[in-house]
Design a protein around this ligand. Structure first.
Ligand code: RB5
Length: 161
């Protein structure tokens, strides 16, 4: 079956996250998902905002509906990704946080810290992220306000330019 945005997951990391990229990509392929690997591909030191940007652009352009970002802590790369209004990236440390990032926050990006969690925990978090639907209801109202905040902030910053 040809890959669609819904069956494609983009993945990107910096050097601090590289150790988790291959096992996570392999687990997604084993589920029949297509993986859009945006790097990094080697241990050389790189800058996590560049990889967060590449993944945000892939989601914006409809090349993938969901994404996985990995750096040393998950913090820097999620901060960078969340600067894009269409990204909701949650830093998750286990299956519970990943499940709730989907159920309550409709996260479209799973952010992980390869220096903080091991491969098995990361795989459990990935499974929860992929398997959990958004609950909607009261959470939809709140997630809707995230978009409204982004729109207001960008309108007021263009007024002050
Ligand atoms: C890279 O050394 C490290 O700072 C990065 O992977 C990440 O942890 C930043 O938040």
């Amino acid at each position: 079956m040809p890959a669609t945005p819904e069956t494609t997951v983009a993945i990107a990391c910096d050097h601090g996250g590289l150790a988790l990229k291959a096992p996570l990509a392999e687990a997604m392929r084993a589920r029949g998902l297509a993986v859009l690997d945006l790097g990094t591909h080697g241990p050389e030191s790189v800058d996590y905002p560049d990889f967060a940007l590449a993944l945000a652009e892939a989601i914006r352009d409809g090349r993938a509906a969901r994404g996985v970002l990995i750096c040393g802590t998950g913090i820097g790369i999620s901060i960078a990704a969340n600067r894009h209004s269409w990204i909701r990236a949650g830093v998750c440390h286990d299956a519970t946080s990943a499940r709730l990032s989907r159920a309550h926050n409709d996260a479209n990006v799973l952010a992980l810290g390869a220096r903080l969690i091991g491969t098995e925990t990361a795989l459990d978090a990935l499974a929860a992220f992929l398997d959990t639907p958004f609950e909607g209801g009261r959470h939809a109202r709140r997630v809707g306000k995230l978009g409204a905040v982004a729109a207001t902030a960008s309108a007021s910053s263009s007024q002050t330019r």
